[in-house]
Ligand binder design. Sequence first.
Ligand SMILES: [Zn+2]
Length: 355
Amino acid sequence: MSEVNRREFFAAGAAFLSLAAESELLAGPIPAGMPEEPKADLIAPDIYFHEGRVADDADAVCNNGWIVFEDYVLVIDANFPAGARIIISKIRSMTDKPIRFAFDTHHHGDHAYGNQVYVENGAVPVAHTGVVEEMKRYETGYYDDKPGRWEEAAKERADVKTSKLKPPSVLFSKDLFFDDGKHRVELMHLGVAHTHGDAVAWLPKEKVLFTGDVCVNGPYNFVGDGDVGQWVATLEAAKKLGAETVCTGHGPRSVASVLDDQQAFFKALREQVGALMAEKSPEDAKGQIEAIRATLKGNAQIARYVAEREAGEDSFTSQIAKVYEELTGKKLATFMNERQFARHAHARSHGLALV
Ligand SMILES: [Zn+2]
């Protein structure tokens, strides 16, 4: 090793160690009996990732990120109101810079219901225009007088009950850039995927991608509001960005291959439903669900995306039903809604079967 290389090597090592030390510090002690305490990771200078928990009783459900710019902080995803408070307090423990923007990757409660908390703390919710269009579709309690998803969530979550829906008010139709010369974050709508209004946050300098639920890392795909066929194409666009670190909407932080794995899961799902179910009536097609589950579980690249079988309609059945409808125009079963999906995920996380 030459002297210059040696010096560079040790400098890089020292930088890594200080990152690791800070990251550990941020994670904080894990209280006894709470193995799933959310933690914050420093993934590059000024860039943080915080892993949530997919469970009904969790405060911070979705994954979050934040970028400390020269003059302000941009947060990726608002989370639920309780999650928003956790993230704000963690940011406050590390910087006095104002939290100016909360970017909603999409309209779902676990990503956007904390907007009001951010507004109360001086931030503005930012999103793709599709987020507001989706809210107009599902948040009928806010836009009309018919109870919608917020009201449904408020029945089970005190933090939702005591806050209120705040749609994003800084909107972009294609992309929006934050760039202070040191850091650059590009918010981009890459197409329909998990919803009709998804956007990702791309950091070209650090090659970090925050995907929202366009990509997850585990059995967390809720497909009811999106389009699985278009999702495959949107993931292709995400892959072209050239990310090295991928922070998904749910599940552990990952690398570029998680985009391939997520896409492979949907491709396999579409191929299997097309081959085994598309020519069949809904009644006959249902008989193929377990065979498809077993086939996908047997594929090591995508096995972690396949939900376990549960009593009644499980999330895998909902995914199959959605793809069957996309391919045939026929309904297989009622789709699970997001609350049901979260409850199933909760039960799974505790190893419970649903009744
Ligand atoms: Zn979602």
